[in-house]
Design a protein around this ligand. Structure first.
Ligand code: PRP
Ligand code: URA
Length: 210
Protein backbone atom coordinates (compact mmCIF):
# COMPACT_ATOMS: atom_id res chain seq x y z
CA UNK A 1 0.00 0.00 0.00
CA UNK A 2 1.47 3.42 -0.96
CA UNK A 3 1.70 6.13 1.69
CA UNK A 4 -1.46 8.26 1.97
CA UNK A 5 -0.66 11.74 0.56
CA UNK A 6 -0.87 14.79 2.83
CA UNK A 7 -3.03 17.60 1.45
CA UNK A 8 -1.97 20.66 3.43
CA UNK A 9 -5.13 22.66 3.97
CA UNK A 10 -3.72 25.22 6.38
CA UNK A 11 -5.61 28.52 5.83
CA UNK A 12 -2.42 30.49 5.09
CA UNK A 13 -1.40 27.98 2.42
CA UNK A 14 -4.89 27.93 0.89
CA UNK A 15 -5.11 31.74 0.82
CA UNK A 16 -1.75 32.11 -0.88
CA UNK A 17 -2.62 29.32 -3.31
CA UNK A 18 -5.74 31.25 -4.41
CA UNK A 19 -3.57 34.29 -5.20
CA UNK A 20 -1.19 32.01 -7.11
CA UNK A 21 -3.99 30.58 -9.26
CA UNK A 22 -5.23 34.04 -10.29
CA UNK A 23 -4.23 34.72 -13.90
CA UNK A 24 -3.80 38.40 -13.02
CA UNK A 25 -0.99 37.67 -10.55
CA UNK A 26 2.27 38.86 -12.13
CA UNK A 27 5.68 37.16 -12.05
CA UNK A 28 7.11 39.10 -9.10
CA UNK A 29 4.18 38.30 -6.82
CA UNK A 30 3.93 34.77 -8.21
CA UNK A 31 7.57 34.07 -7.31
CA UNK A 32 7.11 35.45 -3.82
CA UNK A 33 3.99 33.35 -3.26
CA UNK A 34 5.67 30.15 -4.47
CA UNK A 35 8.51 30.73 -2.00
CA UNK A 36 6.10 31.53 0.85
CA UNK A 37 3.95 28.45 0.18
CA UNK A 38 7.05 26.25 -0.03
CA UNK A 39 8.16 27.63 3.32
CA UNK A 40 4.83 26.82 4.98
CA UNK A 41 4.66 23.37 3.36
CA UNK A 42 8.19 22.57 4.48
CA UNK A 43 7.14 23.24 8.07
CA UNK A 44 4.63 20.38 7.69
CA UNK A 45 6.92 18.12 5.68
CA UNK A 46 9.59 18.26 8.39
CA UNK A 47 7.14 17.49 11.20
CA UNK A 48 8.53 13.96 11.65
CA UNK A 49 12.23 14.89 11.87
CA UNK A 50 13.76 12.91 14.75
CA UNK A 51 14.83 14.72 17.90
CA UNK A 52 17.37 13.89 20.56
CA UNK A 53 17.60 15.13 24.09
CA UNK A 54 20.52 17.29 25.18
CA UNK A 55 21.36 19.09 28.37
CA UNK A 56 22.33 22.76 28.50
CA UNK A 57 22.48 25.75 30.78
CA UNK A 58 20.01 28.59 30.32
CA UNK A 59 20.91 31.86 32.09
CA UNK A 60 18.65 30.60 34.90
CA UNK A 61 19.13 26.84 35.28
CA UNK A 62 20.30 23.67 33.60
CA UNK A 63 17.67 21.88 31.54
CA UNK A 64 17.05 18.92 29.30
CA UNK A 65 15.91 20.04 25.87
CA UNK A 66 15.65 18.73 22.31
CA UNK A 67 17.50 19.27 19.05
CA UNK A 68 17.10 17.72 15.61
CA UNK A 69 19.16 14.57 15.19
CA UNK A 70 19.52 11.85 12.62
CA UNK A 71 20.31 11.98 8.93
CA UNK A 72 20.95 15.29 7.23
CA UNK A 73 18.59 16.75 4.64
CA UNK A 74 18.94 17.68 1.00
CA UNK A 75 16.42 19.51 -1.15
CA UNK A 76 16.23 18.63 -4.83
CA UNK A 77 14.26 20.99 -7.08
CA UNK A 78 13.15 19.72 -10.48
CA UNK A 79 14.23 22.42 -12.94
CA UNK A 80 12.99 24.87 -13.82
CA UNK A 81 9.89 25.51 -11.77
CA UNK A 82 11.16 23.69 -8.66
CA UNK A 83 13.79 26.41 -8.29
CA UNK A 84 11.03 28.76 -7.19
CA UNK A 85 10.52 26.68 -4.03
CA UNK A 86 14.18 26.47 -2.95
CA UNK A 87 14.50 29.79 -1.09
CA UNK A 88 11.34 29.04 0.88
CA UNK A 89 12.48 25.64 2.10
CA UNK A 90 16.07 26.75 2.79
CA UNK A 91 14.75 29.47 5.06
CA UNK A 92 13.59 26.68 7.39
CA UNK A 93 16.55 24.33 6.96
CA UNK A 94 19.48 26.57 6.00
CA UNK A 95 22.10 23.85 6.51
CA UNK A 96 20.52 21.51 3.95
CA UNK A 97 22.39 20.78 0.74
CA UNK A 98 20.73 21.33 -2.64
CA UNK A 99 20.86 19.03 -5.67
CA UNK A 100 19.40 19.88 -9.07
CA UNK A 101 17.61 17.64 -11.54
CA UNK A 102 16.64 19.05 -14.93
CA UNK A 103 13.66 17.35 -16.52
CA UNK A 104 11.25 18.90 -18.96
CA UNK A 105 8.06 17.48 -20.33
CA UNK A 106 8.16 16.98 -24.08
CA UNK A 107 5.11 18.92 -25.33
CA UNK A 108 4.29 16.27 -27.97
CA UNK A 109 4.87 12.98 -26.17
CA UNK A 110 4.37 14.44 -22.63
CA UNK A 111 7.22 12.16 -21.59
CA UNK A 112 9.96 13.48 -19.29
CA UNK A 113 13.29 14.40 -20.89
CA UNK A 114 16.30 14.52 -18.52
CA UNK A 115 18.88 17.20 -19.28
CA UNK A 116 20.75 17.86 -16.02
CA UNK A 117 21.63 16.13 -12.79
CA UNK A 118 24.00 17.49 -10.16
CA UNK A 119 23.66 16.02 -6.68
CA UNK A 120 25.64 16.51 -3.45
CA UNK A 121 28.42 13.89 -3.25
CA UNK A 122 26.98 12.50 0.01
CA UNK A 123 23.40 12.35 -1.29
CA UNK A 124 23.04 8.63 -0.45
CA UNK A 125 23.53 9.50 3.23
CA UNK A 126 20.84 12.18 3.22
CA UNK A 127 17.08 12.25 3.42
CA UNK A 128 15.75 14.09 0.37
CA UNK A 129 12.76 16.35 -0.22
CA UNK A 130 12.09 16.78 -3.95
CA UNK A 131 10.32 20.05 -4.77
CA UNK A 132 8.33 20.95 -7.89
CA UNK A 133 5.17 23.09 -7.90
CA UNK A 134 3.26 20.84 -10.32
CA UNK A 135 2.49 17.11 -10.40
CA UNK A 136 0.53 16.66 -13.64
CA UNK A 137 0.99 13.30 -15.42
CA UNK A 138 3.63 12.45 -12.83
CA UNK A 139 6.28 11.69 -15.44
CA UNK A 140 8.81 14.31 -14.30
CA UNK A 141 8.55 13.43 -10.60
CA UNK A 142 8.71 9.67 -11.28
CA UNK A 143 11.82 10.16 -13.41
CA UNK A 144 13.58 12.47 -10.92
CA UNK A 145 12.85 10.17 -7.98
CA UNK A 146 14.13 7.22 -10.03
CA UNK A 147 17.44 9.09 -10.51
CA UNK A 148 17.70 9.72 -6.76
CA UNK A 149 17.06 6.07 -5.95
CA UNK A 150 19.74 5.07 -8.47
CA UNK A 151 22.09 7.42 -6.59
CA UNK A 152 21.36 5.44 -3.41
CA UNK A 153 18.85 7.71 -1.66
CA UNK A 154 16.60 5.71 0.65
CA UNK A 155 14.20 8.21 2.23
CA UNK A 156 12.47 10.54 -0.24
CA UNK A 157 9.57 12.96 0.14
CA UNK A 158 7.92 14.80 -2.74
CA UNK A 159 6.47 18.25 -2.19
CA UNK A 160 4.33 19.93 -4.84
CA UNK A 161 1.88 22.81 -4.67
CA UNK A 162 -0.79 21.40 -7.01
CA UNK A 163 -1.30 17.75 -7.91
CA UNK A 164 -3.63 16.20 -10.48
CA UNK A 165 -5.31 12.92 -9.49
CA UNK A 166 -3.65 11.27 -12.52
CA UNK A 167 -0.14 12.29 -11.41
CA UNK A 168 -0.81 11.41 -7.80
CA UNK A 169 -1.90 7.90 -8.79
CA UNK A 170 1.02 7.40 -11.19
CA UNK A 171 3.58 8.56 -8.60
CA UNK A 172 2.08 6.36 -5.89
CA UNK A 173 2.17 3.35 -8.23
CA UNK A 174 5.76 3.99 -9.30
CA UNK A 175 7.20 4.99 -5.90
CA UNK A 176 4.81 3.87 -3.15
CA UNK A 177 7.47 4.47 -0.50
CA UNK A 178 7.63 8.23 -1.22
CA UNK A 179 5.55 10.46 1.04
CA UNK A 180 3.73 13.08 -1.05
CA UNK A 181 2.78 16.55 0.22
CA UNK A 182 0.52 18.84 -1.84
CA UNK A 183 -1.39 22.03 -1.12
CA UNK A 184 -4.21 20.95 -3.43
CA UNK A 185 -5.44 17.89 -5.26
CA UNK A 186 -7.13 19.45 -8.29
CA UNK A 187 -9.84 18.05 -10.58
CA UNK A 188 -8.11 16.55 -13.62
CA UNK A 189 -5.80 17.12 -16.58
CA UNK A 190 -6.99 18.78 -19.78
CA UNK A 191 -6.19 17.52 -23.32
CA UNK A 192 -2.75 19.22 -23.16
CA UNK A 193 -2.07 17.56 -19.78
CA UNK A 194 -2.36 20.88 -17.93
CA UNK A 195 -3.87 20.70 -14.47
CA UNK A 196 -7.50 21.93 -14.21
CA UNK A 197 -8.10 24.42 -12.67
CA UNK A 198 -4.36 24.56 -11.81
CA UNK A 199 -2.40 27.76 -12.26
CA UNK A 200 -1.10 27.46 -15.82
CA UNK A 201 2.56 26.86 -16.63
CA UNK A 202 4.46 27.24 -13.36
CA UNK A 203 7.90 27.71 -14.96
CA UNK A 204 6.66 30.37 -17.36
CA UNK A 205 4.85 32.24 -14.60
CA UNK A 206 7.85 32.13 -12.22
CA UNK A 207 10.38 33.23 -14.81
CA UNK A 208 8.12 35.39 -16.99
CA UNK A 209 8.92 33.41 -20.12
CA UNK A 210 5.50 33.71 -21.75
C1 PRP B 1 6.43 21.37 -15.29
C2 PRP B 1 6.43 21.21 -13.79
C3 PRP B 1 6.80 19.77 -13.62
C4 PRP B 1 6.16 19.11 -14.82
C5 PRP B 1 4.90 18.41 -14.38
O1 PRP B 1 7.70 21.50 -15.79
O2 PRP B 1 7.29 22.11 -13.15
O3 PRP B 1 8.20 19.53 -13.60
O4 PRP B 1 5.81 20.16 -15.74
O5 PRP B 1 4.36 17.70 -15.43
P1 PRP B 1 4.30 16.10 -15.43
O6 PRP B 1 3.84 15.70 -14.07
O7 PRP B 1 3.29 15.80 -16.50
O8 PRP B 1 5.66 15.59 -15.76
P2 PRP B 1 7.97 21.75 -17.36
O9 PRP B 1 8.13 20.45 -18.09
O10 PRP B 1 6.92 22.69 -17.89
O11 PRP B 1 9.39 22.40 -17.37
P3 PRP B 1 9.84 23.84 -16.79
O12 PRP B 1 9.74 23.76 -15.29
O13 PRP B 1 11.23 23.96 -17.27
O14 PRP B 1 8.93 24.90 -17.35
N1 URA C 1 3.22 21.82 -15.83
C1 URA C 1 2.78 23.04 -15.43
O1 URA C 1 3.57 23.97 -15.21
N2 URA C 1 1.46 23.21 -15.27
C2 URA C 1 0.56 22.23 -15.49
O2 URA C 1 -0.64 22.45 -15.32
C3 URA C 1 1.04 20.98 -15.90
C4 URA C 1 2.38 20.79 -16.05
Amino acid sequence: MPNEPYILNHPLIQHKLSLLRDKNTGSKEFRELVAEIANLMCYEATRDLPLKEIELETPVASCKTKIISGRKLAFVPILRAGLGMVDGVLRLVPAAKVGHIGVYRDPQTLKPVEYYCKLPSDISERDVIVVDPMLATGGSAIDAIGLLKKAGVKNIKFMCIIAAPEGMKALQEAHGDVQIYAASLDECLNEDAYIVPGLGDAGDRIFGTK
